[in-house]
Design a protein around this ligand. Structure first.
Ligand code: CP
Length: 311
C-alpha cells in the first residue's frame, strides 16, 4: 500500500496533505475497494477500536458510507444525532467531545456547520478526528473520493482538465477538490456566475470562466455542484431558471462536451437545475460510482488514521 508512512491522528483538510499522502490514501482505497467486491466484505483492521459518528448537519452519503466503512473494518460504532444530544440543552461542542473522549473513544467523525469545528476538536482532545464536512471550509473525504473516481476512470490526474461548475464561493466540496486536483497536477477551471465564482480564485492557480461552453468544451471531467436555493434569495443570481439556462448541463449543453468527458456531482442533485436527469443518468455520468468509491476511501482514511494511533 505505498512506501510512505501515514503520521496524522486526524484528517481535517486536503490543504494540509502532501501529494504523496493523498496518493497513499487513494492506493489504500484501491485495496479496500477489492475487499468490498469479495463475498466476505469484512476485515478485522479496526477490531477493538470505537468510532463515534457525530453529525450536527444533515447527511445521507457521507454518514452512511462512514458507518458502513466502520462496520466493514470491524469497529465498534456509536452514532450521535445532534437533535437528541445535549447540544440541544446548551452544552458546548468542546464539552460534548470531551465527554465522548472520557469514554475512551478512539475516533470521532464530525460534520458541523461551523467552519473549523473539526480543527478545534482535534486540538483539544486526543481522539483521532475525521472531518466529514465543516461549513463552507472543507470536505476532504468527498474530494478524495472524487480524485479516486477520476484516477480510476482516466488512469491518472496529472495533466487532466477538470471543470467545477456552480457555487464555488460557498462550497466546501469545491475548495477541497481544488486543492487535491492542483496537488496531483490537474488543471482546474471554475465556472459559474461572477457572483459565485469571483476572479480572485485565479490567484490560487485556477482558470475562472463565466461562459459554460468555453468552460466545458475541452474538459476531461465536469463536476457540477448543487445550487443552494438560499443563494438566490440572497441575490447571487436572479432566478433558478436563469441559472439553469446559463450554467445547467442538459441535453443541449451536453453537446459541447468531449465524448469521453466524465460527469460528476457530489449529491444531492437538484435535477433540472444544475443537471438534467438525462445527463445525470446518462452514459457520461459516474455519480453513483462516486458513491461506491466513497466507501473504499472512507475505509482507507479510517484505517490509516487508526493505524497511526497505534504507534
Ligand atoms: N456529498 C455529500 O456530502 O452528501 P451528503 O450531504 O448526503 O453526505
Amino acid at each position: 500500500m505505498g512506501d510512505i508512512a501515514w503520521h496524522r491522528k486526524d484528517l481535517l483538510s486536503i490543504y494540509d496533505l502532501e501529494s504523496e499522502e493523498i496518493s497513499l490514501i487513494l492506493d489504500t482505497a484501491e485495496e479496500f475497494k477489492k475487499v468490498s467486491e469479495r463475498n466476505v466484505k469484512k476485515v478485522p483492521a479496526l477490531r477493538g477500536k470505537t468510532v463515534v459518528n457525530f453529525f450536527v448537519e444533515p447527511s445521507t452519503r457521507t454518514r452512511m458510507s462512514f458507518e458502513l466503512a466502520e462496520h466493514r473494518l470491524s469497529a465498534d460504532i456509536v452514532n450521535i444525532a445532534a437533535d437528541s444530544s445535549s447540544l440541544r440543552k446548551g452544552e458546548t461542542l468542546l464539552d460534548t467531545v470531551r465527554n465522548i473522549e472520557a469514554l475512551q473513544i478512539d475516533l470521532i467523525v464530525i460534520r458541523h456547520s461551523a467552519p473549523g469545528a473539526p480543527m478545534l476538536i482535534a486540538k483539544n482532545i486526543s481522539c483521532g478526528v475525521l472531518n466529514a464536512g465543516d461549513g463552507a471550509h472543507a470536505h476532504p473525504t468527498q474530494a478524495l473520493l472524487d480524485l479516486f473516481t477520476i484516477r480510476e476512470k482516466k488512469g491518472r490526474l496529472r495533466g487532466l482538465k477538470v471543470t467545477i461548475i456552480g457555487d464555488i464561493l460557498h462550497s466546501r466540496v469545491a475548495r477541497s477538490n481544488i486543492w487535491g486536483l492542483l496537488k496531483l497536477g490537474a488543471e482546474v477551471t471554475l465556472a459559474g456566475p461572477s457572483t459565485l465564482v469571483p476572479r480572485d480564485f485565479e490567484k490560487i492557480g485556477v482558470r475562472v470562466c463565466h461562459d459554460l461552453r468555453s468552460a466545458i468544451e475541452d474538459a476531461d471531467v465536469v463536476n457540477l455542484l448543487r445550487i443552494q436555493h438560499e443563494r438566490q434569495r440572497a441575490g447571487f443570481f436572479p432566478s433558478v431558471n436563469e441559472y439553469a439556462r446559463f450554467f445547467g448541463l442538459n441535453e443541449t449543453t451536453e453537446k459541447y462536451l468531449k465524448p469521453d468527458a466524465l460527469v460528476m456531482h457530489p449529491g444531492p442533485i437538484n435535477r433540472g437545475v444544475e443537471l438534467a436527469s438525462t445527463v445525470a443518468d446518462g452514459p457520461r455520468s459516474v455519480i453513483l460510482e462516486q458513491v461506491t468509491n466513497g466507501l473504499a476511501v472512507r475505509m482507507a482514511v479510517l484505517f490509516l488514521v487508526a493505524g497511526c494511533m497505534n504507534k
